[in-house]
Design a protein around this ligand. Sequence first.
Ligand code: S3P
Length: 439
Amino acid sequence: MSQLEWTSVETGPLTGTIVVPGDKSVSHRAIMLAALADGVSRIDGFLEGEDTRATAAAFAGMGVRIQTPSPSTRIVHGVGLHGLQAPAASIDCGNAGTGMRLLAGLLAGQHFDSVLVGDASLSRRPMGRVIDPLARMGARIDAEPGGLPPLRIRGGALRGMRHALPVASAQVKSALLLAGLYADGETEVREIHPTRDYSERMLAAFGWPIAFGEGWARLSGGHRLRATDVRVPADFSSAAFFLVAASLVPGSDLVLSAVGLNPRRTGLLTALRLMGADIVEQDRREQGGELVADLRVRHAPLHGVDLPPALVPDMIDEFPALFVAAAAAQGTTRISGAAELRVKESDRLAAMARGLEALGIAVTERPDGADIEGGAIGAGRVDSRGDHRIAMSFAVAGLVAGGPVRIADCANVATSFPGFLELANGCGFALSAQAADQR
Ligand code: S3P
C-alpha cells in the first residue's frame, strides 16, 4: 500500500491572516456532553478531523441523532443521561486517545456492555491509567496484557471516589469525572499539576453542579445535563506550527485568528517568548466561555533555553514544534520532565530526536527529555511514525532547511488538522504531497 509522503522546501516569508481548525479537546467533549444532555445543542467551530468524527460516530452508533449542516457545525439531539443505546458493534476510536479514555469513563456506568478499539498507534497506548482508577469506582474493564486496547467494558453501578492522580493527564481526570456523572455519591480528582479544564468548564456550561479550581475538581452523580450551544475556539495546538514557522522564516508577519488561549494550553507561547519570539496577542476576548485572541507572529531570531519543567503539562502537545524551534535556534535547548511524550501518538522524544538527527542536528535523548543543539538544518528524509504532530513539525523544519525535507507517513495529519497542506501553502509554505511509492 502506498503511503502519503510530504516534501517541504525553503520559501519566502509567511504572511496573511489564517484561521486554524477548531480545538480537538473541546470538540470531543462538546459531542459527548451534548449527546447526554436533555434537548438539542448546536456546536460551531467543530473540528472536522478524523479523531472527533470518530467520537461523533460513536454516539451516532449509540442512538444519538447528529446533523452536520456544515462541516464545522454539529446539531446534536441529546438523549439524556440514561438514553444511550447499546452499540451494535465495537466502537472504533481511530487514532484518538482522548476519545478512548473519555469514553471508557462514560461507558463504565451505562446499562450495557461495549468494546472500544483503535488503530495501530492507539492500540499501543497505555489504558491502565484510566482502567485502574475506574476500577476503584466499581468499573469492570478488561484490556489486553499491559493495559492495552481493545477495552471490553461491562457497564454497571459505580460509586464516587477520591482520586489523587499520579500523572498529569486531562484525559484521565475527564474519564473519572464522566464516570462520576453516573456514580453514587461524590467523585473528586486531585492532580499533581493542573491540566486543561475543558471538561469541568463544559460540565458547568451544561448545567451540572461541579466545583473545581487549579488542580482539583469535585462533582456528584444524579443530576441532568441541559442542552447548550458551544462555540469551539481555534486549536492552539494547530496554531503552534505556524507560531514556530513564522518565528523562523525571515520577513514573516502572520496573524492567526481567534485562537483559544486557555492558560493550561499555552505553555509554548511562554517557551517561544523565552527563546526570543515576537508574538503579540491582539483583541483578547471571551468567545463561548473561553479566552481567545488573534496572535500576530513576526520573525525573530531564537536562542536556546533550559525549558522550565513546570511548563511541560501546559505544552504537552507542542513539543514536536518546540524541537524544530530549538533546532533552528542559536545555542542549546534542554528539555526535562517530559517522559509523557513517550506515550503519545508516537514516542515523540524518539521520533523528533531521530528526525532532527537525519537533518544534521545534534540531539542527546534522555528518558524524560532531550538536549537539542541549534544548528543548520539540512535536507533529508524523516519518518513521522504516523504521528500528525511529528509530520507537521517537520513540514515547518523544511521551511528553513538547506534542501528538501521529505516526510514519510503523513496521512494521519487528517486526525487533527484536515486541510493543513492547503492552509500552509496559502500563507507561504511550499509543501507538496505524493504517494511514497511514486518517489
Ligand atoms: C487531551 C489531553 C492530553 C493531550 C491530548 C488531549 C485532552 O493528553 O496530550 O492531545 O483532550 O484531554 P493527556 O491527558 O494524556 O496528557
